[in-house]
Design a protein around this ligand. Structure first.
Ligand SMILES: CSCCC(=O)/C(O)=C/O
Ligand code: FE2
Ligand code: NI
Length: 182
């Protein structure tokens, strides 16, 4: 279940309809797609996945990709696997935890662990959306956002791309506001 927090506030909003209403002006949507399948479950239980296991997990979850290919014309997908001992964790955190946009839609299917997306509302207020396994987030192209891990520092997420060419951030110079620990 996703939760939302405003900057400079420790209050967490848990009501899905209220979260949807807050994010709707940005065109951001949130769906729940339960992660199913024994093969996927066995792989998701492993904090780290080697290249072969990552391919196996993507394949195990490809029913979602095949539906998105049909319905949305998405062309590629990859898998992000982050965990506390990841050798490039500081660099990856620095890459994601900065205000940025993408020319492509940002479509993320969280299949294990948790993560936090941040957004700037029309009035300039900033919010953080904490998502977990089963949450599917769609952020329109050119919408400012950021991403960070929470204290668990563990996430597996499938990234879907409508265009070929993978993940390209365009950093903006907007500062992130402060989010006190709830
Ligand atoms: C949770 S997927 C890794 C983060 C990412 O791809 C992105 O674009 C964050 O803004
Ligand atoms: Fe992004
Ligand atoms: Ni503060």
């Amino acid at each position: 279940m996703a939760t939302l927090q405003y900057a400079e506030s420790a209050r967490r909003i848990t009501d899905a309809a209220q979260i949807a209403t807050i994010l709707a002006p940005l065109g951001i949507t949130l769906q729940t797609i339960p992660v199913t399948g024994g093969r996927a479950a066995a792989l998701l239980a492993q904090p780290q996945l080697d290249a072969e296991a990552q391919v196996a997990l993507l394949t195990a979850l490809d029913d979602v990709f095949q539906r998105l290919q049909r319905e949305k014309g998405y062309q590629e997908r990859d898998l992000v696997v982050l965990y506390p001992e990841h050798p490039q964790l500081p660099e990856l955190n620095a890459r994601f935890h900065r205000m940025h946009t993408h020319d492509d839609e940002e479509v993320r299917y969280i299949v294990d662990g948790e993560g936090v997306f941040g957004f700037v509302l029309e009035d300039g207020a900033q919010v953080e959306l904490t998502v977990q396994a089963g949450d599917y987030v769609h952020i329109p192209a050119d919408v400012e956002h950021w991403f960070r891990l929470n204290d668990a520092q563990r996430i597996k997420a499938v990234r879907y791309f409508s265009a070929r060419g993978g993940w390209t951030p365009h950093y903006t110079d907007r500062a992130l506001q402060h989010f006190p620990n709830p």
